[in-house]
Write a protein that binds this ligand. Structure first.
Ligand code: SF4
Length: 722
């Protein structure tokens, strides 16, 4: 027998945006173990329960190993060879593009994709096909932070670093259960509090989550009232003389308008809106305002809202008014949900974006990317964001969709609409590593993708840090890296368009086949990275000084990292200059607006959804690890005991939860810490775990008008015993 080879490859955890470094232990064929990378600055060797069990979730019978086709009225899948599968899709896409135009096709991708995957998918959609209808499940996650940063600071750039957690004097955690959603960052916060008990922590959240346990000031605000909270805090800061007039005068604009507006947000009125004591509101404002360095952390509680952008800018206002930005321990720090949500933004993998933080609507930006890609022009209108995209499918306006590395039938709001949309499509392609996701039932063709540990790539975490992921083992069967599938499809589509005599935009290429070969001349991940890198030259996220060799030699680096740099940039805006036309950050003055769907006599409870500590998204990976079901075995509905009595529910019994869109059956869990009138359900569980427990049957598709992000955090529901 051959002695077992003991090999190690460096990678990053594929779950949350903390982006912890991991060392994959393997024998060249199988992943045998995993441990935290002691040299990675995101985690210094620590891993949470999900990261620690990564090796148990990699292989398995549920992995997709070959392209499969499927008749929608049958459970049977039949295998296809890669060339057959791609040319079948290409023929149908070419016919749709030829007869209906490129706007009739769409891609819906994922924050789980690598930067290279994102770059190639975006180039395929916008550069080769000519459709801007490419959105990502990051729309459900960080889109409001993107519009918030751009609106206030001029660019989608997180100005802070994890090391700011170690030096902040005040942490303002709002709409983020860091203890569950970013556990390693929470350990860092706990360590900072132990080391410096004088560190003040404010937590604002409708639920008393495990994160609230560390709070000095806890604000159990009503769902959706964050803008009022931030304006109320600013009102108090102005009244108490705790604003930084020198910073405001030197580095901002729009102050007088905001000041006049927040005059109306008196502590009494805000306390009433938020349903918190005035004293607690004052304590939060004074704690923030008196801190030498204040850092705010937020996540989906602000973003997943029909007013998510307003919430982001109102929080950033607090930092600008107090000069709490661009210094150690200070700044507005949006925590990204997924491992490469930021990489997707960088490569322009959203319908309004182009690579290098460029905008589709900006003619200069379009010209720059068209020149880099060697195409004549790019479509000037942003494509559909996720919710309107699925609505356009249902209307028949989009005839085919390519879904990559995400499970929208479980994760999108108003799931029955998503199901109708996919049923309406002429051809649904699903590219995934797993066979049995909820979305697979609606797919005509399933393409097997390589997964974590099986492909070389880079990803960017919440603090702008780029990590190089090495290959450890081969992908199972015929599974391929996502970028290879997109590249090979471009070749097949080029050939299919040539058979239809589809007109080329110019005589630059002899044929669509030649055009595809020229545009997708990628041989490996490094060749894509080098092309993408060129798109960042001279931009705020310039990484022209990075390549895989630099990342391997110096370790993961934060952008910007321009040519000649010796290290990435820890903090942005340290000079007080912002990337706006005037160089000043902008105070924004949104009014507080209520939630999209208010409670009433028929639907008297407020449902909020969120993550569990030990599960990830729709559980394709974490659902395979028995140890991760120890804390929470099944889906549940948390409800205050008084509300349970009021509606006749008993602990551990099943309850039916209804909204205006659908219903769900969940086991009742009593929680006296939950405010009365609020109920909570985890987002993860799909049909494989509980056929009737899908919480997104209930949620609504109301979206933020600027970010397009849906309001997952508030749905009016009623409950009844089963
Ligand atoms: Fe780190 Fe997040 Fe992975 Fe946990 S889930 S190991 S915190 S990246």
């Amino acid at each position: 027998t051959q002695p077992l080879r003991r090999l190690e490859s460096k990678s990053a955890c594929p779950y949350c945006g903390t982006g912890c470094g991991v060392i994959i232990e393997h024998d060249g064929q199988h992943i045998t173990g995993v441990r935290g990378d002691p040299d990675h600055p995101a985690n210094f060797g620590q891993l949470c329960s999900k990261g620690n069990t990564l090796h148990l979730s990699s292989a398995g019978e549920d992995r997709a190993r070959a392209p499969l086709q499927h008749r929608r009225d049958s459970e049977d899948w039949s295998p296809l060879a890669w060339p057959q599968a791609l040319s079948r899709i290409a023929r149908q896409w070419a016919e749709i593009i030829h007869t209906q135009g490129p706007q009739a096709v769409a891609l819906y991708v994922s924050g789980q994709l690598s930067t290279e995957d994102y770059y190639v998918a975006n180039k395929l959609a916008k550069g080769f096909i000519g459709t801007n209808h490419i959105d990502t499940n990051s729309r459900l996650c960080m889109a409001s932070a993107v519009t918030g940063y751009k609106s206030s600071l001029g660019m989608d750039s997180v100005p802070c670093s994890y090391e700011d957690l170690d030096t902040a004097d005040c942490l303002f955690i709002v709409g983020a259960n860091v203890a569950y959603a970013h556990p390693i960052l929470f350990r860092r916060i706990e360590a900072a509090k132990l080391r410096r008990p004088e560190l003040r922590i404010i937590v604002a959240d409708p639920r008393r989550t495990p994160t609230a346990a560390i709070a000095d000031v806890f604000l159990p605000i009503q769902p959706g009232t964050d803008v009022a909270l931030f304006h109320g805090m600013l009102h108090i800061l102005i009244w108490e003389g705790l604003v930084n007039r020198a910073f405001i005068e030197a580095h901002t604009e729009g102050w007088e308008e905001l000041k006049a507006q927040v005059q109306n947000y008196t502590p009494q009125w805000v306390a009433e809106i938020c349903a918190i004591p005035v004293a607690n509101l004052r304590a939060a404002a004074l704690t923030f305002g008196q801190a030498p360095a204040a850092l705010s952390l937020w996540c989906q509680g602000l973003n997943q809202s029909s007013h998510g952008t307003d919430k982001n800018v109102a929080l950033i206002n607090l930092h600008l008014a107090t000069g709490q930005i661009g210094r150690a321990g200070a700044g507005p720090f949006s925590l990204t949900g997924q491992p490469n949500a930021m990489g997707g933004r960088e490569t322009g993998g959203m319908p309004a974006l182009l690579p290098g933080h460029r905008e589709v609507v900006n003619p200069e930006h379009r010209a720059e990317i068209a020149a880099l890609w060697g195409v004549e022009r790019l479509h000037p209108q942003p494509g559909y964001t996720a919710v309107p995209l699925f609505q356009a499918m249902e209307r028949g306006e989009i005839e085919t969709v390519w879904i990559a590395c995400t499970n929208p039938v479980l994760s999108m709001p108003d799931q029955t609409q998503v199901q109708r949309a996919l049923e309406q499509c002429r051809l649904v392609i699903l590219q995934d590593s797993y066979l049995h996701t909820e979305t697979a039932a609606y797919a005509d063709i399933l393409l097997p993708a390589a997964s974590w540990g099986e492909r070389e790539a880079v990803v960017t975490n919440s603090e702008r840090r780029i990590t190089h992921l090495q290959v450890a083992v081969p992908a199972p069967g015929d599974a391929l890296p996502d970028w290879v599938i997109f590249r090979d499809f471009a070749f097949a589509l080029g050939a299919a368009l040539d058979t239809l005599d589809h007109p080329l935009p110019s005589a630059k290429d002899a044929s669509w086949t030649a055009r595809a070969r020229r545009m997708f001349d990628f041989t490996d991940s490094a060749s894509i990275f080098l092309e993408y890198r060129e798109c960042t030259r001279g931009r705020d996220l310039d990484i022209t000084g990075l390549d895989f060799a630099v990342l391997d030699a110096r370790g993961p680096q934060q952008w910007p990292y321009p040519q000649g740099a010796q290290a990435g940039q820890v903090r942005l805006y340290t000079d007080g200059v912002f990337p706006t036309p005037s160089g000043r950050a902008r105070f924004r003055s949104p009014e507080y607006l209520g939630v999209a769907e208010e409670i009433d006599a028929r639907y008297p409870l407020r449902l909020t959804t969120g993550r569990l500590r030990d599960q990830w998204h729709s559980m394709s990976r974490t659902g395979k690890v028995a140890a991760l079901f120890t804390s929470d075995e099944e889906a549940f509905l948390e409800i205050h005991p008084d509300d349970a009595r009021r509606f006749g529910l008993r602990a551990d019994a099943l309850a039916k939860i209804r909204s205006r869109r659908g219903s769900s059956i969940l086991r009742v869990r009593l929680n006296a810490d939950l405010q009365s009138g609020l109920v909570f359900a985890p987002m993860h569980f799909g049909r494989r775990y509980a056929p009737a427990a899908l919480c997104n049957q209930l949620t609504l598709a109301a979206i933020d008008p600027l970010s397009g992000e849906p309001e997952f955090k508030h749905t009016a529901v009623r409950v009844e015993p089963m």
